[in-house]
Structure formats: C-alpha cells, structure tokens
Design a protein around this ligand. Sequence first.
Ligand code: URA
Ligand code: SF4
Length: 241
Amino acid sequence: MEKEILFKDFLDLLEMTEVYLKGCFKPLEKPSDAGGKETEGEISRGISRREAELSHLEEEIRVCKLCELARTRTNAVPGEGVFDPLVMVIGEGPGAEEDATGRPFVGRAGRYLDKWLDAIDLSREKNCFIGNIVKCRPPGNRDPKPEESSACLPYLVKQIELLKPKAILTVGRISSQILTGSMQGIGKLRGRIYNYNGVPLVPTYHPSGVLRNPSLRPYVWEDLKLLKAILEEKITKKDLY
Ligand code: URA
Ligand code: SF4
C-alpha cells in the first residue's frame, strides 16, 4: 500500500517536472508575437498577424495538457470555420465523433446545428466559426467540471478576441451560463441578447436537447431570428441586455 502511494507521488512529481520544464523552454515570444508583427514568410503568404496567432493557438490546443481531459481524449478539437466570421457558435465540448475526428459538431447534433445555421444563411464554410468551451471530450459526454472549463476558457477568450465575430451564438446551458456570467437555466437565459465585451451574444438551446425534445424548436427559431436581426443591423448595441 505504502509503495503504491510512493509510486503515485513519484508520477505526480514527474508530471510537475514536465510541466515546469515545458514552461522553462517555451519560447517567450513566438515569431508572430514579436512586436505584433508577422514573420517574413507569413507576410509573403499574405497571412495577417491575427490569423497567424490563431493557428499558433490551435497548435497549442492540440497538445495541451492543462486539465485532466487531456488523459482521455483522442484528439483535441480547437474549432473550425472562417476567419472574421459573422457568427461564432459556441457549444459545450466534443462528443465521440468530434474526439475521433478533431472537428467540432460533426455528429448528429452537429448536422442538426448546420441546418439551423443554413436557415439563416450561415455555415462554417462561408461565414461562421464553430467552437466549444472545453476542447477535449469529457468521458461519457458528462458535463465539463468547473475546473476543466476554467482551465480551457482562456483559449476561447483568445479565439473570440482574434476572430472578432460580429455576433456570438451559445448553444446549451453550459456555454450560455459561462459567457453571460448568469447562473440561470437556459430556458430563462434565452430570448434576449447579451453583451459579451461589446459583441452581441444570443443564447439558445443545445441541438442535442432539441433533438431529444422537439417542442423546443419554436424557441430556437425565435433565437435564430434575433441573431439574424443583429446581423442585419436591426438591433443596435443599445438594445443589448
Ligand atoms: N456538442 C457540443 O457541445 N460540441 C460539439 O462539438 C459536439 C457536440
Ligand atoms: Fe487543455 Fe482544454 Fe483540453 Fe483541458 S480541455 S487539456 S485545458 S485543451
């Protein structure tokens, strides 16, 4: 028994050392961060500083071990879509198909989400970016633990800052609560527009929830219409909640 505890302590120590050493050897300035300038290669390929930072961030996410979810994931899922999107869609965390492919919302819920977006002329290929609160799959699709969400949140915050979406659509309770800062249930939260650092944010139900309970569909449609009104500039910052 005592031996087992010692061995575990040893493993913990190894892991801490690994984290410490990584911290030490991490370059303080990545090429694209240096004075906010692109490298020559990036300039010649026409890549902006923001785009370069975004792809560095994606690389960091793919190898991240900041929380326990790293141990059980197959692939981290940084998110995908266009740069400078009209809408950034934010879910909860990858499911089985997302974990297997490294791409967000590619399972049944994802195909349903694509239909919602298509109804108001949006798509990840054309004008959206789709991401999640946690980038690695919580085992058995359980809710992410608060410590996992907080460990991962800085990536999302940075993605929003770099992508500069015109509006945000949070799908489901978890992302809606975290980004509005309200602990109300999604049924209470939805139906109005929030202000996320100056970006209008519309919360709605999660597509998996709506697949399970189709009576929620009319509410989602109302929320999508709110989102459309923002994009058509029929709603101004003054109207935000
Ligand atoms: N559900 C989510 O919240 N995110 C995904 O990427 C897939 C399913
Ligand atoms: Fe890192 Fe986020 Fe994955 Fe945790 S969930 S290991 S913080 S990328």
